[in-house]
Design a protein around this ligand. Sequence first.
Ligand code: HEM
Length: 417
Amino acid sequence: MTSTTDFTELDLDKVDLTDLAYFQDGPPHQLFARMRSEANPHWNALTGDEPGFWSFTKATDIAAISKDPATFSSARGGVFATTRGAAPVEVLREVILGMDPPRHTAQRNVMQVVFTPKLMRQKESAIRSIVTELIDDVIEKGECDFVDDIAVELPLRVIADMLGVPQEDRRQLFEWTNRLSYAAATADPDMGLGALMEISGYLTGITADRKANPTDDLVSRLITAEVDGERLTEPEVTFFFGLLMFAGNDTTRNTASGGMRALIENDAERQKLIGNPAAIPNAIEEMLRWVNPVVYFSRTAQKDTDVNGHQIREGERVVMWYSAGSRDPELNAEPDTFDVSRHRPMHQAFGGGGPHFCLGNALAKLELRVLFEELTRRIPDMQFAGPITRLTSNFSNELTSMPVAFTPGQREGTGIA
Ligand code: HEM
C-alpha cells in the first residue's frame, strides 16, 4: 500500500489495517465504508506469529462486543490489534483498560467516584482560568501553533493538577504521553514499557510524600484506596497513574485540535457557534463524532460465539473500529458531513458502551465545552497559517502541529501565572 487517497479499487481480502500507510491522512473512512457494506466483518490476515483479527465497522456490532465482557475479554489478548500494542499484554492486564470483571469492576470503582459529572462540574471555574491563561498567552501575537500552545496544554494542566503532579513537571507527562501514543502507533510494547518504568521511578518520590501527607489528589487516592480489603500494589498504582495520564491527555488534545480544524474548514458551522454558547455542547458531541480520537480497541473471544449472527471462534481477536462506528449511516444520517447543529449526534468516541466506557468522558466534555466557548468568543476568525502535520497511527487520530493566525486581541486574565 503506497497511496491512501483512493480506496475504491482496493481488494478488501488484501487489506491489512496494521499497515500504517492506510492511515497517512487519518482514519480511512472511505475504506471503512466499503468494509461496512462489502466485508462485515472483515478478516484481517497477518503474517508471522500474529493470528490476524476480525474488523468490525458497524456501530451495532461494536456495541454488542463492548457490552459483553464475559464473552469478549480485554485481559486475554490485550486491547490492541496484535499482541504488539502500546505495552506488553501482561502489563496491560494490570491496568483497568486491560482487565475483565470482577477485577475490573473493583478497580474501576476506585476512580469512578472521583470522575462523576457532578464532581467534574465543580472544576469548571478552574478549567476556565486555565483556558483564559492559554488564550492570553497567544492572543496579542495573533498567531500560535494550536496543537502545542492550546490543545496540548489544556488537558495536560488539568490532569497534572488532578493527579497532584507539580505543574513544572507537566512537560515530562507530555513526553511520556507522546511516547505511549507513539508506541501504540508503531506497535512497540518495549517503548511503552520503558515509559512506564520511568513513571514508576518518578512516582516513588511523590507516593512517599503522599503517604506521609495525603491530599485530595488522585495519587493520594491510588495509594490509600482499598480493593477487597487490600491496598493497590506498586505496579498497579504506576499503571493506573500511567493510564490516567495518557487517557486524560492525548484524547482530549486530539479532539480539541481536530475539532478546531473542522471549524476552520467549515466556516458556516463555526458561524453557528459565534455568539451562541448554548450551541456548543451539541457541537462538542459532533466534534467527538467527527474526530473520534481513539480509532479502535480490541477484545478476544472466550468461547465460540457470534456477533449479531457473525460466527467468531474461541481465541479469535475482534477489533472495534470506533472511528468507523461513529460514521455508520445507521447511527447518523449523512455521517460524512460535519454539522454542529445535527440533532443529537451519536458516536462511539468513548467506546461502544459496556463496563470500559470512558471513565473521563464528563471531564473531557467539560474541558472541550469551556475551551470552545472561550475560543469562539475571543478568537472568532482563526485561520490556518502553515502546514498541518499528524502522527501516522492506526490507534490515535492525532495532529502534531497546526499553525494558525487570527486578529490579535486583548488579554483578559490577571497576567499572574
Ligand atoms: C475526548 C476525550 C476522550 C476520549 C475520546 C476517550 C476515549 C476512551 C475510550 C474509547 C475508552 C475505551 C472504552 C472501551 O473500551 O469501551 C476510554 C477508556 C478510558 N478513559 Fe477515556 N477518553 C477521553 C478522555 C478521557 C479523560 C479526560 C480521562 C481521565 C483521566 C479518561 C480516562 C479513561 C480511563 C481511565 C479509561 C479506562 C476505563 C476502563 O477500562 O474501565 N479518558 N476512553
